[in-house]
Design a binder for this molecule. Sequence first.
Ligand code: ATP
Ligand code: MG
Length: 390
Amino acid sequence: MRAILLPGESSLGVMGGGQLGRMFVHAAQSLGFRTVVLDPDADSPAGLVAHEHIRADYLDPNGLSQLAQQCAAVTTEFENVPAKALEQLAQTRFVAPAGAAVAICQDRAAEKAHFAASAVACAPYAVITTEADLLAVGDDLLPGILKTATMGYDGKGQVRVRSRSDLAAAWAELKQVRCVLEQMLPLALEISVISARSDRGDIVQFPVQQNLHIDGILAVTQVPAPDVSQELQAQALASAARIAASMNYVGVLCVEFFVLQDGRLIVNEMAPRPHNSGHYTMNACDLSQFDLQVRAMTGLPLTQPRLHSPTVMLNLLGDLWFDPAVPGVERTPAWDAVLALPGTHLHLYGKASARPGRKMGHLNITAATTEQAESVARQAATQLGLAADW
Ligand code: ATP
Ligand code: MG
């Protein structure tokens, strides 16, 4: 059994300097850990707040050895960190999640095989590597969604296809890289589950999150999930726990699910890190997903987090920084008006410039009841110029 890294004594490292890394750094620092970020970008949100920022490419051997020298344990904040880099770090340091688990999450084909091995149903699919695979696709997969096997996020690298001719055109559009074709499913809604698992095999989970995506990007998360039965929530929690345990996962893992119109639960994909749909935990739970990421990598106890307030999270995309009436000119959203509403918690990621679709921050709304949280969230959305018709 490895030694526990105690608060106030050790340095923790994170691969990647985006907003998830920044919130990890904040959580680690509040326990007195020293923090080191490795990211090539000079202005990365996490690099700006960490004790140390190693500005290097993820595969740069010098950068990696500096990180290993300075840190007692290393985690990752985005799933496209090369698994090889994590494996190099793991030769001398505790790394959670492990490169092998991250590699599964990086590849939709490996991920789906893992879901099957964990006895959790996913959408019917086919892996497309060659022209012959394309021709062999069964009619049952159309209409479908063609997704690149690796590097997709926020709905990028995906094309919806109705027919075989669409499919051939879509594969050409995706440069004929290895893809997964999934049957288009009739969704009723989308949910996710965040689990944290220790190297002793202890697992704790947050309650089920209900998520609304707009244009392929998460827009709203509600907890408790207003439209999901207790049975289905229990099934989602158990499925997520199996998926984590069957790859001996250590760290925070988010599993996304679809609830179909006939009520069935289908797993969509997973992320080997804290997740946008778990940002509400920062204000609505007694431990956040980032607190649990710190605990899992240090070997500190994982205690069951408790949701103490019903909550709504609104994602704040760069679009809000532009007035539709005055195109191209950046403005500051009316934060003072939003913060005048009760139970609003604003988190901005310190990104230098806004772009449409770029994740700039999020707003958590907590209240005594679900109805109050929803009502304030709608007022805040209206103030900000967001759609409030979820
Ligand atoms: P992210 O990593 O940001 O969550 P992504 O780019 O990896 O997104 P997916 O989660 O695979 O993409 O898909 C994005 C959205 O597209 C889903 O949240 C869902 O709304 C829709 N979608 C994906 N697959 C299917 C499917 N098989 N049937 C119906 N809708 C789907
Ligand atoms: Mg997704």
